[in-house]
Design a protein around this ligand. Sequence first.
Ligand code: ATP
Ligand code: MG
Length: 586
Amino acid sequence: MSKAFGSKEVIRKTAEVRDASNMRDYQQSYDSFSWQEAETLLAGLPGGHLNIAHEAIDRHVIAGHAEQIALRWIAKSGERTDFTYGELSRLTNRFANVLRSNGLTKGDRVYALLGRVPELYIAALGSLKAGCVFCPLFSAFGPEPIKARMEIGTANALVTSTRLYSRKVAGIRPALPALKTVFTIDGDAPDTLALQPLMNVASDQFKMAKTDPEETALLHFTSGTTGKPKGVVHVHQAVVAHTETGRIALDLRAGDIYWCTADPGWVTGTSYGIIAPFTNRCTMIVDEAEFDAARWYDILSSEGVNVWYTAPTAIRMLMKAGTKVMEPYHFPALRFMASVGEPLNPEAVIWGQNAFGKPFHDNWWQTETGGIMIANYAAVDVKPGSMGKPLPGITAGIVEVEGDAVTELTTPMTIGELALRPGWPSMMRGYLNEQARYDKCFKGGWYLSGDLAMRDADGYFWFVGRADDLIKSAGHLIGPFEVESALMEHDAVAEVAVIGLPDETAGELVKAYVALKPGHIASEDLRLDLLGHARKRLGPAVAPKIIAFRQNLPKTRSGKIMRRLLKARELGLPAGDISTLESDET
Ligand code: ATP
Ligand code: MG
């Protein structure tokens, strides 16, 4: 199992880098950590109340930072608009007043269906101020996924644009009786309220809702990689974890220029694309446009980004775009780069090291965990291909589940389910309307993640695959990530997905779908070369038996490869829930 794992060189951190980071000594921090102490980084509200928006915005204004830029918005056109903490405080107050004057009270669900525009951020924080539950939806969803998510969460209000409303919501509105109010950010549409005139007359003073730490703040839907997306409930207390993990795992500091490329339609884009950067008093960059290699390099360089949080799919696209497009740009301000959402191939970590002079720091978490749980840190050596070590405050284990019995597997590099001891502040408080499913996640004092991983003798965790994706071939357990990473080393390969296909003799056969970099053409010779490379790296038992070339791989809109869909198509089975699928060629 461990051929492709751990075989690369360790990227060592210099004393200079270590000493300059927020967490200089991992072990010491881990051993002495307490969530109670982390809570003291926050201001809180009188009477033991806690509100994410107060921690994100208003307390900085009270502390004298009203003039600091909180949000720099880059429109598709490239035009920049800045919002200071003071301005965001007033705008979110106005929005909270608009909600109140339209009958929305504490506990009501406010959804957003918007691209990455300033109103999205104002609506998120303004809803929290009003004590409402905020739920962002990805603007590229079609009407059905929107309807399903609004039904599950019983949406009471929606903030959207006239275009998105008429194209996607007007038709499903009759099926959503709880949806009383729709605000449109850019003028009027029938049965909606234009937001701007309401904002203009609303007061910019608002008395923050007295939310209890355990009151629901956010509703997030999972990515739908393995099946129907689940509605995950998070509370205001989660802000303790957002803030602390942002400080430790992303090395965020007050005044940093920070760019998270995730859309708030996914949990990363909220926990680390709204909350953590603001609670750590950073200046956050938001780009309205979609991925474009030159544009991204330009933003990193011209905005002087210090900390950059992105995803494997984007990194692989940058790798695919080649180094030439990068040449005109320099990144002297860039201090820390991190990645989440999918396994990050060792090749991508090393590419980062060569291209930027520093590695991407992979970290692992889920919608359910609300915040980063396992990470590579600024001050800790990076083993490319490993997702790092548990955050201070987090106990992670590799376990085997048999019926109701859960056994921790302590032998290094043993495959088992990645499990966490519950109790951190941003842990989900429930799956909406799915109590039984929620209960099933907890067994023997562990939260079971549904992912398979291994831990090495130094305490680093290595992702193997989703429990559903593990391949059993001729007596071997094969994690798709290991095979994908080996193929990624080949010069011609841009992206790979590996699945197991039923086989009478072997049980399952390993099949790899390979997308090529520009300039490489699919051919029998290349296929044989790839097979040879994989055999050399992995041995014949683990290497794929079949390689198919594909121009694109099916992915969720959050950029995760949907292996289950490749398998279903291969076997002629129903595709299952594909509400989050980004179109691909079949
Ligand atoms: P669904 O639960 O609906 O199938 P999903 O699990 O993809 O979708 P998310 O909560 O967005 O929904 O993603 C969390 C999952 O993403 C993790 O359980 C893991 O499988 C994968 N993941 C996240 N970060 C990493 C990482 N650094 N390495 C490997 N896998 C990761
Ligand atoms: Mg999941």
